[in-house]
Ligand binder design. Sequence first.
Ligand code: GLY
Ligand code: MN
Ligand code: MN
Length: 443
Amino acid sequence: MINKIPAAEFAARRQRLLMQLPEGSAVLLPGAQMQPRNRDVDYPFRQDSDFYYLTGFDEPDAVLLLIRGEDSNQYLMFCQDRDPEMEIWHGYRTGPEGLVERYGVDRAWPVEQIDEILPTLIDGQQRLYFSIGDDEAFDGRMLDWLNTLKGRARQGAKAPTEMHQLNEILHEMRLFKSPHEQQIMRRAGELSAQAHIRAMQACRPGLYEYQLEAEIMHSFASEGCRQPAYPSIVGGGENACVLHYTENRDLLVDGDLVLIDAGIELDYFAGDITRTFPVGGVFGAEQRALYQLVLDAQQACIEATVPGARFNDIHELSVKILTRGLVELGLLNGDVEHLIAEGAYREFYMHRVSHWLGMDVHDVGEYQKDGLSRPLEPGMVLTIEPGLYVSPFNENVEARWRGIGIRIEDDVLVTAEGAEVLTASVPKQIADIEALMAAAQSR
Ligand code: GLY
Ligand code: MN
Ligand code: MN
């Protein structure tokens, strides 16, 4: 079972990045820092995705410097120094020597020495690649280092004369998943699916939303993942109409639906699944009608996910199917084309059908190329997640529809032949969900 990216792939990523840059280029990338939560308590540490992508190193306060040299490339790093006193309180550190021994870094220094050493390392490099604007404090420090070099001009120092955005090159690389990355995302999809199945089986009226969340978290942790890819959404009844509902604190009521949007994070790759199912195990008439409409849209959009299809075409397909269905069910009135043109569907469908998926749940990568929506290519991973949400306050529809929120979300890898659904093993057909829940309730 492959759960980790091997060291050779990290090295290949660095090499691939540097070979796209001219000689005389330096790449500067800070890692993440600890974030305070409240007095003496920090949020769980999560390395910056770009930094992890290039290093596989997951300690806070590190800074990466890559040099594309004339003769050879250099892999340099600053990190927290070894410190027996601090390590007793906060955990063991790799330290600069450990980085050289265990991570293949050419040279490393304690991060406390960065102001002194970094200017000398970029002295004489013509171009600096850096994600300007991501971290204002770090931008300021970078300017200080450049000014340090300018101040040494008479001693022969030469600061880089060109600044380039690192994001574009790096994020284009991250958009295309290697065979190894695909394997991890396949597994992240499967483990996320298993967690959703467990929650469906455990669901009963009278549970609290956070108790269903606990089933999801138990499943993730059992597979070795303590942190989900994003805070899980467990919304019963009208809470499903709040798109980013994460309070998860209400009672689950018989007759309502519950929407769960949750995904595992496996070696820094995200799963992202949404399923919506009846708390009591059986769909009501209005729930069934709206659910089937969302499912029809989702399946059609998955079928349309093939190489060459444009990202935006898939969204427009979802809009068309959902608008037509809303008219048929009587939630919208009028001509379908006209309703689409005026955006009438947005009252019920206010998000897009898809986003890139990878190390970040809303992953990096351009959605447009040459001013047009981007054609899909093999190796890209995206979600397909149409939804319908009838606000409990919507006076334009009959009361029987109000408070129903439905989203169905799967993760899809674009392949040369078409697409592979990475999250297919969690049921979404009405009959399959009802059968799974009935079997679990009779146990
Ligand atoms: N879980 C976030 C999303 O579905 O976009
Ligand atoms: Mn999503
Ligand atoms: Mn989601």
